[in-house]
Design a protein around this ligand. Structure first.
Ligand code: ACO
Length: 429
């Protein structure tokens, strides 16, 4: 990790008292003011709903420049990784900090295979969920259940133990995701296979049945690989922050990941990919594809409706993941010979957004979720599984964030303050 530079002192004047606060600079020159001594020295706290201005950690995993539309994992551009790497190598990169050599790749892949099955007793859980259960509910329950079935290896100091933890989660979550889909359609589950790679294995568990001769389409496997890479990390977003927060209380990794899955499910976060498709379907059915009407609704401050898949807390220019996802969506549809009226509608909606003053003045652009759902749809993945796909992709990033927090000597239990606005002291009479 590069040491954060001290670049001087900022002065804060409160009444007639002035205090000095250290100014810090990260590897890419982003500045920060270290306020750790603030309350002790002044009695004041900061007020920052949504943590818009609050840095909660120093991190060397992922870098985002929201103004320029840059995203890098461990220094590598997202486009470069999506173009040239396998998802499992990017998972390794996020957790270990370097891309694996051949030996490390083979060992990591062998671990993924060895951990791919679910304990038989866990398999029975699936039967207890109602058929209409959302797969994200099932997945988060399965993640925390792993802590009961595989409680060992809490010690993360040894590299081999880290790989056990990482591959166990990555591999078993993938199996659980496919099982939850099979359960939802009433089909028998399909077990993982050692002769298939990570993405192919998932597709086979999803789409193979006892009566078909399912062959994994390389176009679909390649697309899945890229999509999972796009999802793999995004620094201190809502779900990663939840994972750090839960982990800061010394809760185990599985419990922390389970909480992260729940956060990701929200429509303002990863759940947006499902909501984009549902929004486009509604526009087509209820509004006969009237994009102008929908854009007007999104701008109306008296209407709670928002365009799903548009806007981002950090990106004030085009989301670089959305750029890759948009191109991929076109390529996958072309290669599979699929035509989808929702894709045309999405493009029309995007053009209307980019040309509109309201969205321009607020720097609102399509985000990752705008085109990924359309690509999953072309690949045959059902809509209620989109956020599950996001979660599978994000697991390596979540683990990397959790491990980094555990090793950070400055990490403390997460415990924000508040400004109390309730009744002042009163007595019960
Ligand atoms: N449609 C219409 N207006 C929007 C939208 C939208 N999708 N997004 C933001 N705005 C407007 C807000 O109303 C606000 O306007 P104002 O300044 O007049 O009050 C302004 O843009 C700033 O928006 P905030 O809500 O303050 O931005 P914030 O950073 O808090 O929220 C968020 C970001 C949640 C992503 C928001 O843009 C949104 O709700 N988008 C739709 C949901 C979505 O696509 N989420 C996925 C994000 S990517 C991810 O998490 C994986």
């Amino acid at each position: 990790m590069l040491e954060v530079q001290n670049t001087g002192m900022a002065e804060l004047r409160i009444g007639d008292k002035t205090i000095e606060l250290p100014m810090l600079e990260g590897a890419e020159h982003e500045g920060a003011i270290d306020i750790r001594a603030l309350r002790k020295e002044t009695g004041f706290i900061t007020y920052d709903p949504g943590f818009v201005n609050t840095g909660c950690c120093k991190s060397d995993i992922t870098y985002i420049d929201g103004e320029k539309g840059v995203l890098r994992y461990r220094g590598y551009d997202i486009n470069d990784l999506a173009e040239k790497c396998e998802f499992v190598d990017v998972a390794y990169l996020l957790v270990h900090g370097t891309l694996p050599n051949k030996e490390q790749h083979d060992s990591f892949s062998a671990h993924l295979n060895n951990h791919s099955m679910l304990h038989e007793d866990m398999r029975h859980f699936f039967g207890s969920f109602p058929d209409h259960a959302h797969p994200m509910a099932t997945l988060s329950a399965m993640a925390v259940s792993l802590s009961s079935f595989y409680p060992e290896l809490e010690d993360t100091s040894k590299q081999e133990n880290i790989d056990y933890k990482v591959t166990r989660l990555l591999s078993k979550m993938r199996t659980a995701a496919a099982f939850s889909y099979k359960k939802s359609i009433g089909h028998p589950i399909v077990q993982p296979r050692h002769d298939l790679k990570y993405c192919e294995n998932f597709l086979n568990m999803m789409f193979s049945t006892p009566v078909n001769n399912y062959q994994v389409d390389p176009v679909v496997a390649n697309a899945l690989n890229k999509l999972l890479i796009l999802h793999a990390d995004h620094e201190q977003n809502c779900s990663a922050s939840v994972i750090r927060m839960v982990g800061s209380a010394d809760a185990n990794l599985y419990a922390s990941i389970s909480a992260g899955i729940c956060a990701l499910w929200g429509p303002l976060h990863g759940g947006a990919n499902q909501h984009v498709i549902e929004m486009l379907e509604r526009i087509l059915e209820d509004d006969r594809g009237d994009v102008k009407k929908v854009v007007a609704r999104a701008k109306d401050k008296n209407d709670p409706f928002r365009l799903m898949g548009v806007g981002h807390r950090v990106y004030k220019s085009y989301d670089p993941r959305a750029r890759v996802a948009k191109q991929m969506c076109k390529d996958v549809l072309d290669q599979l010979g699929v035509s989808d009226p929702l894709v045309d509608l999405a493009q029309e909606l995007e053009a209307a957004v980019l040309a509109d003053d309201y969205f321009q003045s607020r720097n609102l652009y399509p985000n990752i979720d705008f085109y990924t759902g359309l690509t999953y749809r072309a690949m045959g993945i059902p809509t209620n599984m989109f956020t599950v796909m996001f979660a599978i992709g994000r697991i390596p990033g979540w683990i990397a964030q959790w491990l980094e927090m555990k090793e950070d000597p400055h990490a403390r239990i997460g415990r924000p303050r508040q400004i109390y606005t309730g009744p002042v002291h009163r007595e019960v009479h």
